[in-house]
Design a protein around this ligand. Structure first.
Ligand SMILES: [Zn+2]
Length: 314
């Protein structure tokens, strides 16, 4: 008699969506679900778990990735950021009670990093730094195959590295953080400011669109719009400045860059690499590979499932 395969459930709660996936022990998604975030989060997550559990095979544990800092000592979500209010609660304890399964909870950038490390762009490396550049900028450190979460679980917050000492106020309370210039909303803000004060930029197609997003900036850059291209290149320079500091600090084997802003592809990856080369200590730069992430939105649910799997082993 053969034993049925053991699977894991990986869940990613973001500001807008909940993604849940049944993941096999090797990190492949068997079946995925996506839904808007319900007012009552725990019953919603429990129902998604029940639905995925009804599929063949047994589920050993659940991993949940959340857009906030997770205190490793208490497993509670804390963050000064703008989290959906229903995320700032005891997801860990309540979901265990609701499902009867073991639950691991982790910051979304950490979970996505672990997914990329196990089955995506970080595969085969021993140490890796992951940066998620989207509505915010998150980061995660993997050393010798293990997530390094710091003393209380908050390591890797690269979005709050100071890039401009005279810069704008950040949500964290500091000024001039990387996130204030290179996150998706910051790209839009910088582009708008420039369109307002520089008449030559009105030739840009972005000037015709009152409600453009960072995706539109990337799209116009890909279409050859000079102004959009310049905005993307400058964003790459800011990110590269942050990455250079990471490389100097950690002498890490691989840097994996993910999140919506990286959808601009080589238009942003190349200026990032150039800026890192210009700023990082040469021997550290030579030892580092800088690559784009591979798993997209699947990184966090897969990573959360793999963290649940590996917590069972350790
Ligand atoms: Zn900050």
């Amino acid at each position: 008699m053969t034993t049925p395969p053991t699977n894991f459930i990986g869940i990613n709660v973001s500001g807008l969506h909940v993604r849940a996936a049944l993941v096999d022990e090797h990190g492949s998604i068997i079946e995925g679900r996506i839904a808007g975030v319900a007012k009552e989060l725990i019953p919603q997550l429990a129902a998604m778990v029940e639905d995925l559990r009804s599929l063949p095979g047994s589920v050993a544990a659940i991993g949940v990735a959340v857009p906030g800092l997770v205190n490793r000592q208490t497993d509670r979500v804390i963050s000064p950021g703008d989290l959906p209010s229903n995320v700032v609660e005891d997801i860990h304890g309540q979901l265990m009670n609701a499902t009867g399964l073991r639950v691991e909870i982790e910051n979304d950038a950490n979970a996505a990093a672990y997914g990329e490390f196990k089955v995506g762009a970080g595969r085969g490396s021993h140490s890796m730094f992951y940066m998620m550049i989207g509505d915010g900028i998150g980061g995660a450190i993997i050393i010798d195959g293990k997530l390094f979460t710091g003393t209380s679980g908050f390591a890797g917050e690269v979005g709050h590295i100071t890039i401009d000492t005279e810069g704008m106020q950040c949500v964290c309370g500091n000024t001039g953080c990387l996130e204030t210039v290179a996150s998706a909303p910051s790209i839009v803000r910088r582009a708008r400011e420039r369109l307002n004060r520089d008449s030559t930029s009105s030739l840009s197609r972005l000037a015709l669109n009152k409600t453009f997003t960072a995706v539109d900036v990337a799209h116009q850059a890909n279409e050859g719009d000079d102004f959009a291209l310049m905005m993307i290149e400058r964003t790459g320079k800011y990110i590269g400045t942050g990455v250079a500091s990471v490389i100097n600090l950690l002498n890490i084997e691989r840097i994996v860059l993910g999140g919506g802003v990286m959808d601009a592809g080589s238009l942003i990856l190349n200026p990032i690499i150039q800026e890192v080369k210009r700023r990082a200590f040469q021997p550290c730069f030579d030892a580092t590979e800088i690559v784009a992430a591979k798993l997209g939105y699947d990184a966090a649910p897969i990573g959360a499932a793999m963290l649940a799997r590996d917590a069972a082993i350790n």
